[in-house]
Design a protein around this ligand. Structure first.
Ligand code: ADP
Ligand code: MG
Length: 604
């Protein structure tokens, strides 16, 4: 038999490698930003069009490349950063694999412009799908500009697999933030579709964190500092009362590189100990510096996971340091879970008046951040058209069935017979039906009701909006503002109306009728969280995410007492739903127990 094995041509090998390195526009952003940093840039610009799908361009003022290096940089395994295998264990650059540019050039239209400081002319190279189209001398400023256009143009499957612009932008912003947070001494600019999203000036760590996450962040930060032979820890944790219901702002940097580590995260969470409300996550920005030869970065293609030589010691030290700082900065005494429920909301209006009083510890074991302060805020907004013949028929006969069976037994308890619903442990609503009883989980049921209502009003675009007497200004980070702006029209469909957008705030003048003013911030925050977290399939729509998110945030929760009228209203609204059986998140909303099932329990 003849030989059949052959070496793949470079452009094929590159395309295969690209599959690993470049999953989405955000991967390109990460690689290009890292290259700019490795080149010693002091100022880096990132320009995007259409969530990076059309254009990703990174412009730096770093050391640039010679004409030969410019050409070489697109070869696979071409790097200036390591020379021998041992170098892998003493890395001080972000990159070292020498495959990013080769991979990117295999799957996009790339234009590189670069010039070294002392050279008169720079170089411009155009490459499409690994093929060099042109190479010219040009006039340009010192540094490098790399423009990546039409990513995945030659891999339609990949291109089609990309998510909505909002989701892809979110991934890019995540990468951008991670790099920017790791390098406060470099200035960064981010433009998306010609709008400025970030302009981060050089400063110290705290200034950088505040610049990225908005000015409200400043007061939340507790500094952390510790230095030993094997580890330096610097950075901040957010005070426990600002912990979030979703993991969001959790950042570890090791030797200026963002990494993920559930092990180290555990150390931090552990240090917060009982200061955290159940189900909340602390925010932190922790910068660890360890000797380069005690970590292995080469264990993951995107270099976000690393292996530490002395993981256990780091864990102990990190935990002790965070604990110490929390204690030292007297964080514990300001804990007051009885404040208002919007613990972590960034707005000033309607602020509590207790700012001048002595802080006290009042940990309420029953504290539930979702619980409504006032019963009257529970809303079952509007009854829907009843399309419930079958369910109604179950109910209309209840009285008769009751009457026949119970006539003699419960003569003296006539009022029970007229009450059709009962609440059990502030969690379930039991309702009598012809064939037995139905047990409804109040929270899940209400989610279903709200979900369908929102979905309808958002898609039908007939929002029931209420105008606020005094427009409310809410602060967000600039990236959150950008996101709100992107989904503005959907939010308007849902019943919001907006006034002024600034880079760090939005003024809201109208809200959906089923939303109370005190909830505006929380439902928007939750929505942004949910959009970030959502792993959409192709059919994904903002409408659905939005309706789910609102339903989840606004639904009545376990622990809420419902009046008889509210119980009935809930039951009616649930069974008027198109899909009463399951919650928007797929859980059953109710169970029925027929008389014979109940009989069975008694061996009857
Ligand atoms: P790596 O970063 O792993 O070395 P890349 O493919 O990202 O691999 O880059 C290849 C080489 O191109 C780098 O080693 C570097 O010498 C050069 N290079 C890439 N981007 C820049 C830049 N922005 N400025 C200067 N040199 C760069
Ligand atoms: Mg690189």
């Amino acid at each position: 038999m003849s030989d059949i094995i052959q070496l793949l041509p470079d452009h094929v090998a590159n395309q295969i490698a690209a599959g690993e390195v470049v999953q989405r526009p955000a991967s390109v952003v990460k690689e290009l930003l890292e290259n700019a940093i490795d080149a010693g840039a002091e100022s880096i610009k990132l320009l995007l069009k259409d969530a990076g799908k059309t254009l990703i361009q990174v412009i730096d003022d770093g050391k640039g490349m010679s004409a030969t290096d410019a050409r070489m940089s697109f070869e696979r395994h071409a790097t200036s950063k390591i020379q021998k295998a041992e170098d892998l264990f003493n890395l001080c650059t972000k990159g070292f694999r020498g495959e990013a540019l080769a991979s990117i050039a295999a799957i996009a239209h790339v234009e590189l412009k670069t010039k070294e400081e002392h050279q008169e002319l720079g170089t411009c190279i155009k490459i499409e799908g690994s093929k060099v189209i042109s190479q010219d001398f040009i006039n340009s400023a010192k540094g490098t500009s790399l423009a990546v256009k039409n990513l995945f143009y030659n891999i339609p499957a990949r291109r089609n697999f990309l998510k909505s612009d909002t989701v892809e932008t979110r991934h890019i912003v995540d990468e951008f933030q991670r790099v920017a947070l790791a390098h406060p001494n470099i200035s960064f600019l981010l433009h998306h579709n010609n709008n400025e999203v970030y302009h981060l000036r050089t400063g110290n760590l705290r200034q950088r964190i505040v610049a990225v996450f908005g000015s409200k962040m400043n007061e939340k930060l507790v500094p952390i500092k510790e230095q030993t032979d094997i580890l330096t820890i610097e950075g901040f944790v957010a005070k426990p009362e600002f912990s979030k219901r979703k993991r969001g702002e959790q950042f570890f940097f090791v030797n200026d590189r963002f990494i993920k580590s559930s092990y180290l995260n555990h150390a931090v969470v552990n240090a917060f100990d009982s200061l955290l409300e159940q189900g909340t996550h602390p925010s932190y920005f922790l910068y660890l510096t360890v000797p380069a030869n005690t970590i292995d970065i080469n264990i993951h293609p995107t270099k976000t996971e690393i292996k530490f030589d002395n993981e256990k010691a780091l864990y102990a030290m990190l935990r002790a340091t965070v604990k110490h700082s929390l204690g030292q900065y007297n964080v514990a005494p300001v804990l007051d879970f009885n404040r208002d429920s919007e613990l972590d909301t960034p707005y000033h209006y309607n602020k509590n008046t207790n700012s001048g009083t002595t802080p006290k510890i009042t940990v309420d074991p029953d504290f539930n951040p979702f619980k409504e302060a006032k019963q009257k805020e529970i809303s079952f907004p509007y009854r829907r058209e009843q399309n419930t013949q079958s369910w109604e028929s179950l109910y209309t006969s209840v009285a008769i069935a009751d009457g026949q069976k119970q006539e003699e037994l419960f003569e003296s308890e006539k009022e029970i017979k007229t009450q059709k619903t009962f609440q059990i442990q502030r969690k379930y609503v039991m309702s009598l039906i012809k064939s037995g009883v139905v047990l409804i989980n109040q929270s899940l049921a209400h989610q279903r009701v709200l979900y369908e209502e929102f979905l309808e009003s958002i898609t039908v675009k007939e929002a029931n909006s209420q105008q606020l007497l005094f427009p409310v200004k809410i602060s967000f980070s600039s990236q959150e503002i950008e996101m709100i702006y992107t989904i503005k029209s959907e939010l308007e469909n849902a019943g919001f109306s907006f006034d002024v957008f600034t880079k760090e705030s939005v003024t809201i003048k109208g809200i959906p009728v089923s939303v109370t003013e005190s909830k505006i911030t929380i439902i928007l925050e939750e929505l942004l969280n949910d959009i970030n977290l959502e792993v959409p399939d192709k059919s994904f729509s903002h409408f659905d995410v939005m309706a789910k998110s609102f339903a989840k945030t606004l639904s009545i929760k376990t622990g809420t007492q419902l009046s008889e009228k509210e119980q009935e209203s809930l039951v009616n609204n649930l069974f008027s739903c198109k899909d009463p059986n399951i919650s928007p998140f797929g859980k059953p909303t109710f169970k029925t127990f027929t008389l014979s099932e109940i009989d069975n329990l008694f061996n009857l």
